[in-house]
Design a protein. Structure first.
Length: 836
């Protein structure tokens, strides 16, 4: 090199070292900063002359040009401290960063503004990360100008579903250098050309279109160009077809996720062509079965998820047919919720590399083979909800040296550790032994589990008092379920210092007053015990479910419950509470779903503020001393499915808006009050109504002839799917509690059979006139009670068309004529009263 050029080069380097970044690019960055809202002060370092020293800015060591701009929010980085997201607008001055190769704006919040079209002019970009930024509108096709782009991530996980969309994919085909494309949670429902465009990207190795709702997916193709693909994720798209055949041409693929769709048919033998496959996720589909050779040659497979895929019976044989190399290398096996039959012997213990096993929710039987306990790398063993039997002792448990999560719940297992000083070789994070025979005492070996985060000992036949060590054994403990045992004694005064997320002590024999409650739970269930005294005035700001029913609590309903602004379910039924329903209950929450105060001694009126709970589904105020009229504000609770105000002192007329506004109401019980006036004809507009009980009031007038439209409509419509979960859930009790109705002269609870039962009870009123012939149209009705009114005329012959009728009571009226012959055709009728 000539000396003069060397001198000039040194001078140039020294000049850059002295001045730092390029001035125009520094000003551009300051303009970007000015357009952003930075509540976390993350850009506080963006001052001074040398922008190359600013946080998130990376410059060239030789030219000083900005090469990388990283404004990623650390909220989603597990190892970093969370910081507030950037928002605002992105200045077009970004275009002055002509040498920019990497731009990362991920995990911020740009409030559904559109992706700037000028991003397509940053032609040196190789990396563009706009994930979890919550952009809105459509993805600009100008991004197709980024021909040097290797990495594009615009996933919208955590944002409002489908706020950002792609209406066509033609621009994607121009990204000829693209290797990584993540468009998960982006609406692709309009773009019919998406696969044709992606098939023009020969360098693509990663594709994620999870939860994008593609309108079409090709089953077969004449030619496949994306053979470089290593990762393919098409989960959660409701695709209803066989597995596309072109997937079997992706012979280099290592990760395949087709879960949460409606793929059907058989898992074909062509699966064995994917010899490089390491992770196969087929969870939640509708397969009929699996080809015998499908899993042969998958020697690299380490993770297999076949949960909820529709396999039944002997589908477990597909595991028995795994090749020996697959059995030896498989680390994670999930085969849950498939109703599989058979046992664990002869195949599971051969998978010696397994770390995670989930076979829960099947019909597996027999004992757990000793070889399963001896699997050397096991960290998770989920066998709950099967028909396994036998005895598990410290001998079996001692083999689990690495176990972290153990669930044996809902089997016929006896867990018996005979040695009182046995020390486990493991430290559990989760233990579920519900319905195992564990009692009568709490296992002393549990107190050494200092890392435990969840423990479920429900229905384990424990007859004991709560040991003090239970509350202090682990600082990580968040979930405790000890329900359905015979645990006695009082709760400790230190309960409020326990940092729990879920506490279920229901259906035991706890007694005495409640101490101050812990402030952290989202679920607190103390129902079905012998607690006494007032409900503590505790601040439960995170609470979502508070279940205190079937105790002997007295005093007022604490107003501190109004501070539980996340409350979804409040059940204080079957206690001895008095006073009024706090009006603030309707003012501080905006998402209450269930309010049940049945069988107390509450007085006063229904707070008008409850009408603000527009999502309220169940309002059960039965058997109190409430009075006044039904507040008109309740007409805003349009999602009510159960309204039970029976056995109170309410008065006034039955509002017409009940039939007009509460369109999904299934149960209306106003029994045993002082309502007067006529039955509003609008009631028949309730198309889902199954139980109507207006008995024991002062109602007058005639029975509306339109009553024939009531039950037949409800029977055709069935139950709104959105509300089934309130009628029954996986627990024995459900969320709804009890629904009591008088049938055949007896009071019965129909809470669990609501979808099977239909009833009308208008007894003990002052109704007059004839029984309308239209009553015969109620062909699904099972209980009909018009007794103790002033009805005249004859019993309509049309009642013979009510083929489901089990109970008919028209006694204590002024009816005349003979008993209709048609009643003899009612095969289910077992209770009939006709006493004039």
């Amino acid at each position: 090199m000539p000396p003069i050029f060397f001198v000039l080069l040194v001078i140039g380097i020294q000049a850059f070292a002295a001045s730092g970044c390029v001035e125009t690019e520094r000003n551009a960055l300051l303009a970007v900063k000015a357009g952003l809202t930075d509540p976390g002060n993350r850009l506080s370092s963006w001052e001074g002359q040398d922008c190359c020293k600013w946080r998130g800015v990376v410059c060239s060591n030789t030219t000083g040009h900005v090469l990388k701009l990283n404004l990623r929010n650390s909220n989603n980085d597990a190892n970093k401290r969370p910081s507030p997201a950037l928002s605002g607008k992105i200045s077009p001055s970004l275009l002055l960063l002509n040498h920019l190769k990497r731009l990362d704006l991920s995990s911020n919040n740009f409030n559904e503004i559109r992706i700037p079209t000028y991003f397509g002019s940053l032609k040196n970009l190789r990396y563009l990360n706009l994930s979890r930024v919550c952009f809105g509108g459509t993805v600009p096709p100008q991004l197709g100008n980024l021909s040097n782009l290797h990495y594009l991530d615009i996933n919208s996980i955590g944002c409002e579903a489908y706020d950002i969309a792609v209406d066509n994919f033609a621009w994607v085909a121009h990204l000829s250098s693209l290797r990584y494309l993540d468009m998960s949670f982006v609406n692709m429902s309009i773009a019919t050309d998406w696969f044709q465009a992606i098939n023009k990207l020969p360098s693509l190795t990663y594709l994620d279109i999870t939860y994008t709702n593609p309108s079409v997916i090709a089953i077969s193709l004449p030619h496949i160009n994306i053979t470089s693909l290593r990762v393919l994720k098409i989960a959660s798209n409701n695709i209803n077809s066989n597995i596309p055949r072109w997937i079997w041409n992706l012979t280099g693929i290592t990760y395949l996720d087709l879960s949460f769709n409606q793929f059907h048919g058989f898992i074909p033998s062509e699966l064995s062509l994917l010899k490089s496959l390491k992770v196969l996720l087929l969870r939640s589909n509708n397969f009929k079965g699996v080809s015998p050779k499908a899993f042969s040659n998958l020697c690299n497979l380490s993770t297999l998820d076949l949960s909820i895929v529709g396999f039944t019976g002997r589908g477990i044989r597909s595991m028995e047919r795994l090749s020996s190399c697959t059995q030896q290398n498989l680390q994670i096996l999930r085969f849950a919720d498939n109703k599989l039959r058979g046992n664990l012997s002869g195949w599971l213990e051969r998978m010696t590399s397994l770390t995670n096993i989930d076979l829960s929710g099947n019909s597996l039987n027999g004992t757990i083979p000793i070889g399963v306990w001896r699997l050397p790398n096991l960290t998770m063993l989920y066998l709950e909800s099967n028909f396994l039997e036998g005895v598990v002792t410290e001998i079996e448990l001692s083999y689990l040296k690495r176990i972290k999560w153990l669930s044996l719940s809902y089997n016929s297992l006896h867990v018996q550790v005979m040695s009182h000083d046995w020390t486990p070789p493991f430290q559990l994070k989760g233990l579920k032994l519900a319905s195992c025979n564990l009692g009568p005492k709490f296992p002393p070996w549990l107190q050494g589990q200092t890392q435990l985060g969840e423990i479920n000992l429900s229905k384990t036949k424990i007859v004991d008092t709560l040991p003090d060590w239970l509350w202090n054994m682990s600082s990580s403990l968040e979930v405790i379920d000890l329900s359905y045992n015979q645990i006695k004694g009082k709760l400790p005064l230190s309960l409020n210092r326990v940092m729990l997320r879920y506490l279920n002590l229901s259906s035991n024999q706890f007694e005495g007053p409640l101490p101050a409650l812990p402030q952290t739970p989202t679920v607190l269930d103390l129902s079905n015990n012998f607690f006494t005294g007032p409900i503590p005035n505790s601040t439960l700001s995170s609470l979502e479910y508070l279940l205190l029913s079937n105790n002997s609590f007295d005093g007022n309903v604490p107003v501190s419950l109004c501070e539980s602004t996340s409350l979804l379910v409040l059940d204080i039924s079957n206690n001895k509470l008095s006073g009024e329903i706090p009006p603030c209950l309707g003012m501080s929450q905006d998402q209450l779903l269930i309010l049940d105060t049945m069988n107390n001694n509450l007085s006063g009126q229904i707070p008008a503020s409850l009408g603000k709970q527009t999502g309220l589904s169940i309002l059960n105020l039965r058997n109190n001393s409430l009075s006044g009229e039904i507040p008109s504000s309740l007409q805003h609770c349009a999602e009510l499915i159960i309204l039970d105000l029976g056995y109170n002192n309410f008065s006034g007329t039955i509002p017409e808006w009940i039939g007009q506004s509460l369109s999904v109401l299934m149960v209306l019980s106003l029994r045993s009050n002082a309502f007067f006036g006529s039955i509003p004809s609008e009631i028949v507009q309730l198309g889902y109504l199954r139980i109507l009980d207006l008995s024991h009031n002062n109602l007058s007038g005639t029975i509306p002839r339109s009553i024939g439209k009531f039950s037949s409509t409800a029977s055709e419509k069935g139950i709104p799917e959105d509300y089934i979960r309130y009628l029954e859930d996986e627990s024995d009790e459900g969320l709804m509690g009890s629904l009591y109705f008088v049938v055949k002269g007896e009071t019965r609870d129909y809470a669990k059979l609501l979808y099977l039962f239909e009833s009308i009870d208008l007894s003990c009123n002052d109704l007059y006139g004839e029984i309308p012939d239209e009553i015969g149209d109620l062909q699904a009705l099972q209980n009909l009670n018009f007794s103790m009114n002033h009805l005249t005329g004859h019993i309509p012959d049309q009642i013979g068309k009510m083929h489901a009728l089990e109970s008919l009571d028209v006694a204590m009226n002024s009816l005349s004529g003979t008993i209709p012959q048609s009643l003899a055709t009612l095969n289910y009728l077992s209770h009939y009263k006709r006493v004039v």
